[in-house]
Design a protein around this ligand. Structure first.
Ligand code: KIV
Length: 290
């Protein structure tokens, strides 16, 4: 069944027809894994714009306003330069465009690492500006105190371990993590620390499969894998990657579409018609009323 949207210009809200289901909540997401057992895998995709959110919302449990928008939308070389204002603006658009999924917004690099108090200020800014339900931050044991601090003050936190792109300058690149015993043990203990601190879900990115499985078995919160394992409690991909917007994507991405080709072909046809003066045609042209 297809969904159509009508823009309410007074609220900037696009109202879907047929009416959507009720929005999921963070506790509902957390409860999808109980006593180490998870049912249907959680579905999460990134979203950065209202229209993208409208199209993805009904198919997802969570929409992540990822700081990957730095590269995907802004053409930046990494997520490091992404700001709180960028995240807040895109998160507000995604909340306006969605009715069902829990919207989670990434805390950008430099906005939370200094102290729990700094994280609280940044997180409240993001949630107040956008209406999102939760924040995500990168890091393990070092961030556990911050996760507990935010959680106790009413801010649900999603953790992120393994390949943490904001640490690219320390890691030296985006290669899969957990190949040495020391690194593997650290990823598991990082996830455990976040779990004990109250993270409601944990993204496990770019790790070898046995580590993703070990993390999933160790923590009580649902794990959401990306470049990890089908045995995680859920999966996430960068939407533009899986739509086929980019030629080069990480190995763990499955391209479910080829949207880049559609855009190029459509632009080529438009350009040809403009140059041939066959666009605009009669149907797209206003004439005086007779
Ligand atoms: O920023 C992002 O999009 C992410 C996902 C890849 C998990 O953190």
């Amino acid at each position: 069944m297809s969904t159509t949207f009508q823009l309410d210009t007074s609220t900037s809200r696009a109202n879907p027809t047929p009416a959507p289901m009720k929005r999921l909540t963070v506790p509902k997401i957390r409860q999808r894994k109980t006593d180490g057992e998870s049912g249907e895998p959680l579905v999460m995709l990134t979203a950065y714009t209202a229209r993208q959110a409208q199209l993805l919302d009904a198919h997802c449990d969570l929409l992540l306003v990822g700081d990957s928008l730095g590269q995907v939308i802004y053409g930046l070389p990494s997520t490091i330069p992404v700001t709180l204002e960028m995240m807040a603006n895109h998160a507000a658009a995604v909340v306006r465009g969605s009715f069902h999924s829990v919207v989670v917004v990434d805390m950008p690099f430099g906005s939370y690492e200094q102290s729990p108090q700094q994280a609280f200020e940044s997180a409240t800014f993001l949630l107040k500006q956008s209406g999102a339900a939760a924040v995500k931050l990168e890091g393990g044991e070092a961030m556990a105190e911050t996760v507990a601090f935010l959680n106790r003050r009413g801010i649900p936190v999603m953790g992120h371990v393994g390949l943490t792109p904001q640490a690219v300058n320390v890691l030296g690149g985006y290669a899969a993590r957990g190949r040495s015993d020391t690194e593997a043990d650290k990823i598991v203990s990082d996830a455990k620390a976040l779990d004990e601190a109250g993270a409601f879900a944990i993204v496990v990115e770019g790790v070898i499969e046995p580590i993703a499985i070990a993390v999933t078995r160790t923590v009580s919160a649902p794990t959401i894998g990306i470049g990890a394992s089908a045995q995680c409690d859920g999966q996430v991909l960068v939407t533009d990657d899986m739509l086929g917007m980019f030629e080069r994507v990480p190995r763990f991405v499955k391209k479910y579409g080829n949207i880049a080709e559609t855009i190029e072909q459509t632009a080529r046809t438009y350009a040809e018609e403009v140059r041939a003066r066959s666009f605009p045609g009669e149907e797209q042209t206003y004439q005086p009323k007779s």
